[in-house]
Design a protein around this ligand. Structure first.
Ligand code: B12
Ligand code: SF4
Length: 479
């Protein structure tokens, strides 16, 4: 079969030429090619990331970044038998509707498959993209896409494929998880516009070093109440061997001259033996690269020996998932983390000059003014112990998470319209209000935390959202 995979345009709050490394499409493409299919990928985000236009969603103005829909449709190669679109976020729903309707208008008979975190989390919502009487999406894939996509391409009847949902199917199932990740090929980066990814990090910032993303494990056994990772990769942690990861890194160095690796795992250090083995090999092989773990390292998995190896192996920009400095809130989040452990790990990082950054969440249900201040004071203490800066966000209940279920039950949601809900929780736009706080109070707390913890990003009473991004906004976009 000839399959065309598409990364759609994105909505974003800032006017920045963002890219995605598209590892999801890369993995699916490589898997299909391994089994004899012909694959092409249209990365409309990276290819069109200078095409930034204002767009309106139900509650907020955003920017739409990427090629126009007509341009995407015109790039679909003749002879395509099946089209797959990735939708990594729930707020992609509107874009998916618009794009799929354009594709179906031109190619009504080509089956359209949708995968990613959005359909995995809200399959019914994702499937029912009507325009008049016509359904835009033929199949929705829930969970890992490699096996269902291969089976669809191999003409296996859809009713027999786990993780494939379509109109008329009664049961929603999740795709079979790939048990041995070493068995699947590396992402088909040769189909992607990799040159466009090399100098832009995951948040659209300029990266001096040639950098690419690598995924070394899937799944996470923890149940942090706010986390939306499980609908795609599940609770069972599956990991690639250190040898397999080193092979991929060597390939990236040889093929793309990569100097820095961004590991994007949910939980890269869960198994300390595997993590140490990976670090040992990075040290032994002297690959001359640096690396970071963008999603944050789980503090409970770290210790002094591991941190020393992280440093020696080229680990930079260490992000620590702290979330709160109040033990009561940490417990409410089911973080399984104590403030003593946080303190210990930050001190060691400080001594090793690892300059960690901490994730901090504001506005979790139960957070009173007192517990918020306790959290900020704790973070100030961490700054004196070696924490470089804090990445602040406002608690956002993503669908199907325990936090979302609880907020719904308690009537805490400002808007229960997950497609359109204010998605950009690092901005002061709270979607939770509780007896302890309203939206105004959360904005106040956010600004206060920003001023006390990140004074450089706070100026004259105004938060400078991503002041650093200005560095890479091209002149033509600064209108
Ligand atoms: C890197 C990352 C980012 C990067 C870039 C994302 C990207 N896609 O490149 C950045 C930093 C920009 C980012 C931003 C955000 N992110 Co993010 N991000 C991630 C992260 C850590 C890795 C994504 C990734 O590449 N995974 C690896 C690939 C292999 O997985 P995948 O893309 O899901 O693909 C698999 C399946 O989904 C499926 N599949 C995917 N596409 C397709 C297509 C077809 C046709 C098929 C059949 C199957 C299929 O098969 C693939 C292989 O098995 C994930 C966590 C995670 N574990 O995935 C969170 C995650 C996706 N992000 C999340 C969130 C919440 C956000 C933000 C909203 C955060 C914020 N507050 O601003 C923003 C949204 C930005 C926006 N414009 O809307 C949530 C998604 C929640 C949701 N349900 O929508 C996740 C799951 C994190 C979490 N634990 O909660 N993110
Ligand atoms: S936040 Fe991290 S540790 Fe917690 S469940 Fe999600 S991936 Fe696992």
């Amino acid at each position: 079969m000839h399959i065309t995979l598409i990364c759609p345009p994105w909505y974003y709050m800032d006017k920045i030429p963002i890219v995605s490394n598209n590892l999801g499409l890369g993995y699916i493409g490589a898997y299909l090619i391994k089994h004899g299919h012909v694959v092409e990928i249209i990365d409309s985000l990276a290819e069109g990331n200078r095409n930034i236009v204002k767009a309106s969603t139900k509650y907020q103005s955003v920017y739409r970044i990427g090629l126009s829909y007509d341009e995407i449709v015109s790039r679909i190669p003749q002879g395509t038998d099946m089209i797959g679109i990735t939708a990594p976020f729930i707020n992609h729903a509107q874009i998916i509707r618009e794009l799929s309707s354009k594709i179906k208008a031109r190619y009504p008979c080509i089956p359209l498959v949708l995968g990613g975190a959005y359909p995995s989390t809200m399959p019914e919502h994702a499937l029912l993209q009507y325009e008049g009487e016509r359904n835009m999406i033929d199949y929705v894939v829930i969970g890992e896409g490699e096996i269902p996509m291969l089976e669809l391409a191999s003409w296996v009847a859809a009713e027999g494929i786990d993780g494939v949902y379509y109109q008329g199917r009664k049961q929603i199932t999740t795709a079979r998880f790939i048990e041995c990740l070493d068995d699947i090929p590396f992402p088909a980066r040769h189909l992607l516009p990799v040159e466009k990814y090399l100098h832009t990090d995951t948040l659209g910032r300029y990266s001096r070093k040639r950098s690419l993303e690598v995924l070394t494990s899937r799944g996470c056994p923890f149940k942090c109440t706010f986390c939306a990772a499980h609908p795609v990769f599940g609770y069972k942690w599956r990991a690639r061997s250190a040898e397999n990861i080193i092979l991929e890194i060597k390939h990236l160095i040889a093929a793309y001259g990569v100097e820095h690796i961004n590991f994007i795992d949910d939980n890269i250090s869960l198994d300390s033996n595997r993590m140490e083995s990976l670090l040992d090999q990075l040290i032994k092989e002297r690959l001359g690269i640096t690396w970071s773990a963008v999603s944050g390292l789980r503090i409970s998995t770290l210790n002094k020996e591991m941190l020393e190896k992280i440093k020696e192996s080229g680990g930079t920009r260490i992000n620590l998932a702290i979330e709160s400095g109040d033990p009561m809130i940490l417990d409410a989040m089911d973080k399984g983390l104590s403030v003593e452990k946080i303190r210990e790990i930050v001190r060691i990082c400080g001594k090793l000059s690892l300059n960690p950054r901490g994730y901090l969440m504001i506005g979790y249900p139960g957070e009173t003014r007192e517990s918020f201040l306790k959290s900020v004071e704790f973070c100030e203490e961490l700054k004196t112990a070696g924490m470089k800066t804090f990445i602040l966000s406002i608690a956002q209940p993503y669908p199907k998470t325990p936090l979302w279920k609880m907020c719904r039950k308690q009537g805490y949601l400002v808007r229960d319209d997950m497609e359109n809900v204010l998605f950009f929780s690092e901005y002061p736009q709270p979607n939770i209000i509780t007896p302890e706080f309203d939206q105004k109070e959360i904005r106040f707390r956010f600004k206060l935390a920003q001023r006390r913890l990140n004074p450089l990003e706070y100026w004259g009473g105004k938060i400078l959202p991503r002041a650093w991004t200005k560095r890479i906004i091209p002149k033509e976009l600064k209108k």
